[in-house]
Design a protein around this ligand. Structure first.
Ligand code: SAM
Length: 219
């Protein structure tokens, strides 16, 4: 199959792209470095560097005041989104790990955005189901356990206001999404991607950003 005009991203082009995006600020950079230094076995879960300015851009694009993050880890993506919110904006950050999110709490305080972030330590499905049922969410970032992506989607979509966005990470799952014999997380992502394209409540595009990022807008 032809790739048309798509450009293969070499290491040099990747560095060029980063150099032509807004740079990470000092708190973001320190959080990335601390995560890699203190949690080397888990740091690969952190959203890619280029996703921070993309998430911030999207939060501003939709004038978000109510943001939900499903999967916070050490708080890098939450930090970028919270910094893009207005002072009275709120980000509800869902995770199950007190240990990992403690790094985030420290960084959020340093960046002066701790008052915009409400951390909910509980299975994210419980947190989402406890939220008001009416459409009120402007932007949601989906980046937790892949087996539950469809369940998270089904809780988020009815709560999104018209024009609100969901960004879903890892939709290429390190390239394993094209393996029809895949099991586990890549199989869950395959099912999620099918679910998304069939959902007539949303307009969706799958972008080859980082590990694959789907953007979906509520009709
Ligand atoms: C890929 S990491 C999130 C990375 C984060 N967005 C960032 O940019 O640093 C996935 C996170 O999902 C959390 N997680 C896994 N299962 C969960 C569940 N059932 N409910 C809430 N969080 C969960 C994990 O603890 C982990 O911190």
């Amino acid at each position: 199959m032809t790739k048309g005009n798509s450009t293969k991203i070499t290491d040099e082009l990747y560095a060029y792209m980063l150099a032509h995006n807004p740079p990470l600020d000092a708190v973001q950079r320190e959080l990335v470095e601390t995560t890699y230094a203190r949690l080397p076995d888990h740091a690969g879960m952190q959203s890619a560097e280029e996703q921070a300015p993309i998430l911030a851009f999207l939060v501003r694009l939709v004038n978000a005041r109510h943001v939900v993050e499903v999967g916070t880890f050490t708080g890098f993506s939450a930090l970028a989104m919270a910094q893009a919110l207005p002072a009275d904006g709120k980000l509800i950050a869902c995770d199950v790990s007190e240990e990992w999110t403690a790094y985030g709490k420290e960084a959020w305080a340093k960046a002066g955005v701790a008052d915009r972030i409400e951390l909910r330590i509980a299975p994210a499905l419980d947190t989402l189901r406890a939220m008001p049922a009416e459409p009120h969410i402007d932007f949601a970032y989906l980046d937790a356990d892949k087996d539950n992506y469809i369940a998270y989607w089904e809780e988020l979509v009815p709560r999104l206001r018209p024009g609100g966005l969901i960004a879903a990470d890892n939709v290429l799952f390190h390239g394993r999404v094209v393996d029809p014999g895949a099991t586990g997380a890549p199989a869950a992502i395959r099912a999620f991607n099918e679910h998304v394209v069939a959902d007539e409540r949303m307009d969706s595009v799958l972008l080859t950003v980082a590990d694959g990022l789907t953007l979906s807008r509520r009709r």
